[in-house]
Design a protein. Structure first.
Length: 279
């Protein structure tokens, strides 16, 4: 039965493929486009095909909105403790330790001073990569100190939010940060010092219910999820389908909760114009 035997071995398609190093490419969550990470970074981590804004951290955001080399960090060494000895799938103190090692961050927010087109600002930016950007006692304290800095120096404040809300592992300690940051912002407003809130994807839970929605100006990135409870929780609670685009920046703006939706490439220019207008 030699008629069905192959005289040569099959050519393996794998042998013809060139090895592609892992980690060089990423897939757009919105349109599925495969994008080289270097190209994505050059486009400020925005998909060139569909305009989807990828989540980025404080390091990237500071490089976008601040003048080069102007950022001076405050309270960099502040880290979370575990007053409740909290344990879920692992001990909270171990989770914090592991996240610090993996992310290179000490907690979910970085604060400091910087300049936007030579104008001095106090700025804070949250990092979703650190326990979902959740607000624990350290996040609340660092933001409170940033607000105090703005108040003492009569300097405009900018907070860039990216958070899933309060940090459940700290329970009431976390919830107390909502009241603390809100009280600090009330004093700032009383002194007539401007505060610009920038909301990125996602801004939710206790962060939305406190400092993210207390700005003189509320700016959001296109398509950012902004709300208190998430869409799935609301749908399960009311037992009804939600409107298209529910809780997305465009939906929220239509209902008057935010002032501007700004593409990332235009964020620095927009902030500069607002600062010029209110200074």
């Amino acid at each position: 039965m030699a008629w069905f035997r192959r005289s040569k071995e099959n050519i393996s398609s794998d042998s013809q493929k060139k090895d592609t190093p892992e980690g060089l490419w990423t897939k757009c969550e919105s349109c599925g486009e495969i994008v080289h990470k270097k190209v994505l970074a050059q486009n400020l981590w925005v998909c060139a095909k569909c305009n989807f804004h990828f989540r980025i951290g404080s390091k990237e955001y500071f490089s976008i909105v601040l003048d080069e080399g102007s950022f001076k960090e405050m309270d960099r060494k502040m880290t979370s403790k575990d007053p409740l000895n909290f344990v879920d799938t692992k001990r909270y103190k171990d989770r914090i330790k592991d996240t610090m090692k993996k992310s290179g961050l000490n907690d979910a927010v970085r604060c400091g001073t910087g300049k936007i087109k030579k104008r001095e600002v106090v700025i804070a930016c949250m990092d979703f990569a650190f326990v979902g950007g959740s607000m624990g006692s350290v996040v609340g304290e660092k933001i409170s100190r940033a607000i105090d800095k703005a108040w003492k120096t009569n300097t405009p404040l900018i907070i860039i939010s990216s958070s899933g809300g309060a940090r459940m592992m700290e329970a009431a300690y976390s919830l107390m940060q909502m009241a603390k940051t809100s009280a600090k912002l009330a004093r700032l407003a009383g002194a007539g010092i401007p505060y610009i809130s920038v909301m990125t994807d996602p801004t939710s839970g206790g962060v939305t219910a406190s400092f993210a929605m207390l700005g003189d100006f509320h700016i959001a990135e296109p398509g950012a999820l902004i709300g208190f409870a998430g869409p799935r929780v609301i749908k399960q609670t009311i037992g009804k389908d939600l409107p298209a685009g529910f809780q997305r920046a465009e939906f929220v703006q239509e209902r008057g909760f935010i002032d501007l939706i700004v593409h990332r490439k235009d964020m620095k220019e927009t902030l500069s114009k607002l600062l010029e207008m209110i200074s």
